[in-house]
Design a protein around this ligand. Structure first.
Ligand SMILES: Cc1cc2nc3c(=O)[nH]c(=O)nc-3n(C[C@H](O)[C@H](O)[C@H](O)COP(=O)(O)OP(=O)(O)OC[C@H]3O[C@@H](n4cnc5c(N)ncnc54)[C@H](O)[C@@H]3O)c2cc1C
Length: 484
């Protein structure tokens, strides 16, 4: 595009250049998707974002903001203009009475946790990590767990978005409510979010207790288990009937932080496990034994922690991985898990059957009014499956994903937006009551397709929609042939 830019546009772009290297390559955290943007820019102000959108419209370019690049899909990929939002990480307002904080959209959750702590506040619920940017997290309805707790999108009370015409639009429950309900989880399709106001609560400590149980016990009493604490999640260990149930409640008891054991958690649970999984690429039939071993050595015991909320919500997600996660109406969770267990056990009986990694993670999220939240109109259970990539190496996962997705689909499932999945325009239209309204707003907010990348085109747009911007290409890295 350089030769098409005016001198002033070129000077503006050069000022925002993020990487001096012309060959900058973006790669997501798991190393599963990458792209080579033509420009990698870091705007610092809303005015700069507006100007970038206008330049993109004039030259038929695609813009993609990226947060921390943690989405395990090509959601944030573009070969056109990638916007690093890290410099837009300032606090804009603090309302102690309403317990809200207004921040720029590029702020990372770990920065946000610290900002909140300094002001005696905290997020009501938080997922497994705090690496994400707040805009990236809400754009995909990132969630934690708790029947009375919504996803992160539902904690937003006001936001500002620069749409695809360069217009600055503010919205809240009372100002442009349709845009508000669409933009709070908009997977980057409506515009660039520049600021958000987050509903928080006074800082609190969590008392978390992790206990082993059996899967049947938990599934047979699920309607009691999910209400047995404010925040409940469990991990099932395939090839065993064992689960670890994690329950956490707000407390005023003194802190009792979890101290990681160097031997058990770091050397055995991380390094040795990664080595075992590397070896299991050649001998997959070892995987059930490895799982049983890790359950009895690391998880078959009670663990109790009392600490600041964000420290207790977060945990070590180990090394890069393929993940898939869908939400089903929570009443269907037990059926899903029983079906998944039957399939995994049947595969284990075949010498060349699929072998899967632990854990299967199960979490619960309150019903939401955000149009594209997987929890829209229904309290859901998110069930996540994982296949680790030891030392960044590919492992077979496609057969597992196929069966898992079939089960989730038949149980009324909706995929987590950040993950690679196989729901397309017409599937989404029948799954989300407000999908048509979202599409109407998308056409209004982005008439020129400035925010359309491969992911948006593949999953969101109807197959007939013409291309208005230059083609973007993101490439799937894992080209080794899976054995399953
Ligand atoms: C180890 C790990 C643990 C995770 N744990 C959880 C969990 O517990 N719960 C859960 O629900 N998910 C979890 N996730 C998924 C993660 O929360 C989502 O992928 C989230 O979107 C990542 O945020 P990000 O800042 O990296 O966004 P990116 O991946 O960089 O971007 C995601 C989307 O947001 C868009 N975007 C980014 N900034 C803006 C902006 N300013 N305006 C408009 N659009 C924007 C991007 O264009 C893209 O479409 C996890 C992922 C990993 C790798």
């Amino acid at each position: 595009m350089a030769h098409l830019l005016s001198d002033s546009e070129r000077a503006f772009i050069e000022k925002l250049q993020c990487s001096s290297s012309k060959s900058y390559q973006f790669q997501n955290w798991a190393g599963t998707f990458r792209c080579k943007p033509q420009y990698y820019l870091a705007p610092e102000t809303e005015c700069e974002v507006v100007e970038l959108v206008r330049i993109a419209v004039r030259h038929g370019l695609t813009l993609k903001p990226v947060g921390s690049g943690h989405s395990p899909s090509d959601l944030a990929c573009t070969d056109s203009v990638l916007l690093n939002m890290d410099k837009m990480n300032r606090i804009l307002a603090h309302d102690a009475y309403a317990c809200t904080l207004t921040v720029e959209a590029g702020v990372r959750l770990h920065q946000l946790n610290a900002m909140l702590e300094q002001r005696g506040m905290a997020l009501s619920s938080l997922g497994s990590i705090s690496e994400q940017s707040i805009a990236g997290a809400i754009s995909t309805a990132t969630h934690s767990t708790g029947m009375a707790f919504g996803d992160m999108s539902s904690a937003i009370t006001h936001l500002v978005i620069i749409d695809g015409t360069g217009r600055r639009r503010e919205c809240s429950a009372t100002v442009d409510p349709d845009l508000f309900n669409a933009a709070r989880c908009s997977i980057g399709a409506l515009g660039i979010i520049t600021q958000v106001t987050i509903q928080c609560e006074p800082a609190f400590k969590l008392h978390a207790v992790q206990t082993p149980d059996t899967l049947d016990n938990v599934l047979n009493t699920l309607d009691e288990v999910v209400f047995s604490a404010e925040h409940v999640r469990f991990w099932w260990f395939p090839y065993t009937d064992s689960v670890t149930v994690w329950r956490a409640n707000r407390t005023t008891l003194p802190k009792q932080p979890h101290s990681e054991s160097l031997l058990r958690d770091r050397l055995y649970g991380y390094h040795y496990y990664q080595l075992q999984l590397l070896k299991a690429r050649l001998v997959p039939n070892d995987i059930p034994r490895i799982t049983r071993e890790h359950f009895s050595n690391r998880f078959d015991r009670r663990i109790e922690t009392i600490d600041d909320s964000y420290k207790v919500f977060n945990f070590d997600c180990l090394f890069p991985q393929y993940v898939n996660e869908w939400a089903v109406p929570w009443e269907n969770a037990a059926d899903v898990l029983r079906q998944l267990r039957s399939w995994i056990n049947a595969e284990e009986r075949k010498s060349d059957g699929a072998r899967v990694h632990f854990p299967v993670e199960v979490r619960f999220v309150r019903e939401s009014d955000v149009w594209l939240s997987p929890a829209y109109g229904q309290t859901v259970c998110y069930i996540g499956v994982i296949m680790y990539r030891p030392y960044g190496r590919a492992v077979p996962y496609k057969k597992y994903w196929r069966v898992y997705e079939d089960i989730m689909r038949t149980q009324g499932g909706r995929p987590h937006w950040a993950k690679a999945h196989k729901m397309y325009h017409y599937d989404l239209k029948s799954s989300y009551p407000k999908f048509d309204d979202f599409m109407r707003l998308r056409s209004e907010c982005d008439p020129n397709g400035v925010f359309v990348n491969d992911y948006i085109r593949r999953h969101i747009l109807p197959p007939s929609e013409p291309l208005l911007t230059s083609t973007t290409v993101s490439r799937f890295l894992t080209c080794e042939k899976p054995r399953l």
